[in-house]
Ligand binder design. Structure first.
Ligand SMILES: [Zn+2]
Length: 172
């Protein structure tokens, strides 16, 4: 098991998991890229290279291949560009905004579903209990991780809204 890191980077929140098996952190950098164009162009898409390493601020970052990723709404896999820091060997995976790691559904859908559940104490019609329950469990464990204990429910809803607006991951 590794720890969870979160860092503000070039106007977006970058998230990643620190692996104890691999000293190099694989960090995702969320970028504002047009998904449809990315799906059409594949590896030919012109990614904007990060100017600095998010971990050590070194500016020697080189291309490090691609990783295939499957997103809800796209039948074919989408190629995400990876970069590697020459100094600290951090691998940076570029990922479109709104699709943080492990999320197959757009974050906006997850946010609306969780808010509905927390406000009305039932699931919206179009959401299966199983999928919603999975999101809720991961949301609660993220809240526990961040606050060490559960705040009264309305504070939790306010926190969920804050995270969604600021593009901070809200699922563990
Ligand atoms: Zn670095």
């Amino acid at each position: 098991m590794g720890g969870f890191i979160l860092r503000y980077f070039k106007g977006v929140w970058a998230t990643g998991v620190i692996s104890t098996h691999d000293p190099n952190i694989v960090m995702l950098v969320h970028t504002d890229v047009p998904l449809d164009l990315l799906a059409r162009q594949g590896k030919k898409f012109n990614w904007k290279k990060p100017t600095l390493c998010p971990r050590c601020d070194n500016c020697s970052i080189w291309g490090h291949g691609f990783v295939l990723c499957f997103l809800a709404g796209y039948k074919e896999g989408i190629y995400l560009k990876r970069y590697r820091c020459f100094l600290c060997r951090l691998v940076v995976t570029m990922k479109p905004l709104g699709f943080p790691k492990y999320y197959r559904n757009a974050k906006a859908v997850i946010y609306k579903t969780l808010k509905y559940r927390l406000c009305k104490l039932k699931w919206p019609d179009q959401c299966s209990r199983q999928r919603g329950g999975n999101w809720l469990r991961r949301f609660i464990s993220k809240v526990r991780y961040d606050f060490q204990c559960l705040n009264p429910e309305r504070h939790v809803i306010a926190w969920l809204t804050y995270c969604s607006r600021k593009n901070i991951p809200f699922l563990a």
